[in-house]
Design a protein around this ligand. Structure first.
Ligand code: IPE
Ligand code: IPE
Ligand code: MG
Length: 241
C-alpha cells in the first residue's frame, strides 16, 4: 500500500452507501500487453501495480472487505512461464508491502488452496497472514489457486468427514474459505468478458454485477467510482417485493 492517493472524489458517489464487500475479477492483463506489443507477463506486472493502487483506494473509501481474483484453478492450463510470472509479481507485492499493511491495519487472507503454489510464494503468503492476523481495519482477500467448484467440493467433503447433516445454508457457508467475510455485495469484471469463470459461486448468489470493457491494468480509481455509482442506483430485493 503506497502513499495516500489524492484522488478526486466524484460528487455523485455516496460514501454512506458503499458495499461492505467488493470483489473484482481482474481480467485483461494479457490483452493489455499484447495491444502494446509487450509480452503477456508485462501485463501481469502492470496488473499487479494496478491491484496495489486500487486496493489503496478501496481502503481509503472505507470499504471493509475486498476480494481480488488473482489466479484460478483453471489458470494452470497456461504456459509455465506465464504462471511463474504471475506468481512472482504476487510474491513481490506481499513481500514489499508487508509493513504498510500492518501500519494501515490491513489483514491479508487467502481463498484457495495456496499450499499447491511454489514454495517461495507459500512462504510469502504464510508470512503476510501471520504478520497481519490482528489487523482489523480492512480485509484484503486474495483468491489464488481458487475455484468456486473446488471450494464447494471442499465444503462437501468437510461435511461428510464431520458426519452430521447440515441444518441450513449458514452451516455449509462456515465450511468455505474465510467464512467470516460477508458475501460480496458487488462484483466487477474488467476486460469485456461477461462470465463468472468459477469465481465465488456460492457467495455470489445475490451479488450485483458490473462489467466493463476496460482491461485490468487500465482500470482507474475513476472507473471504480463510476462502477460504485452504478451499484448505488440498484434496488436489491433479495427475492422480496
Ligand atoms: C487476468 O488477465 C489475470 C489472470 C487470469 C491471472 P488475463 O491474463 O486473463 O488477460 P487476458 O484475458 O488474456 O487478456
Ligand atoms: C478469470 O480470468 C481468472 C482471474 C481473473 C484470475 P480468466 O482469463 O482465467 O477467465 P476466462 O478463461 O477468460 O474465462
Ligand atoms: Mg483473461
Amino acid at each position: 500500500m503506497g502513499a495516500t492517493s489524492k484522488i478526486k472524489l466524484n460528487k455523485r458517489l455516496d460514501l454512506g452507501r458503499l458495499p461492505a464487500h467488493i470483489a473484482i475479477i481482474m481480467d485483461g492483463n494479457g490483452r493489455w500487453a499484447t495491444k502494446r506489443g509487450l509480452p503477456r507477463n508485462m501485463g501481469h506486472k502492470a496488473g499487479c501495480e494496478n491491484l496495489k493502487k486500487i486496493v489503496e483506494f478501496i481502503y481509503e473509501l472505507g470499504i471493509k472487505y475486498a476480494t481480488f481474483f488473482t489466479f484460478s484453478t483453471e489458470n494452470w492450463k497456461r504456459p509455465q512461464e506465464e504462471i511463474d510470472g504471475i506468481f512472482n509479481v504476487v510474491r513481490d507485492y506481499l513481500d514489499e508491502d508487508g509493513d504498510e499493511f500492518v501500519e494501515k491495519g490491513a489483514k491479508i487472507v487467502v481463498s484457495g488452496d495456496y499450499t499447491k503454489l511454489p514454495q517461495d510464494l507459500v512462504d510469502a503468503i504464510n508470512r503476510i497472514i501471520e504478520k497481519t492476523k490482528n489487523c482489523d481495519k480492512f480485509v484484503l482477500n486474495l483468491a489464488i489457486n481458487y475455484g468456486g467448484r473446488d471450494e464447494i467440493l471442499m465444503g462437501v467433503n468437510k461435511a461428510i468427514q464431520a458426519g452430521k447433516e447440515l441444518q441450513n445454508q449458514q452451516d455449509f457457508a462456515k465450511l468455505l474459505y474465510n467464512s467470516d467475510i460477508p458475501d460480496p455485495d458487488f462484483v466487477i469484471r474488467t476486460s469485456g468478458e461477461m462470465r463468472v469463470s468459477n469465481f465465488m459461486l456460492w457467495q455470489m448468489a445475490y451479488s450485483e454485477f458490473y462489467f466493463t470493457k476496460v482491461y485490468w491494468p487500465s482500470f482507474t480509481e475513476k472507473d471504480l467510482q463510476k462502477a460504485l455509482i452504478d451499484y448505488q442506483q440498484r434496488k436489491r430485493r433479495f427475492g422480496a417485493v
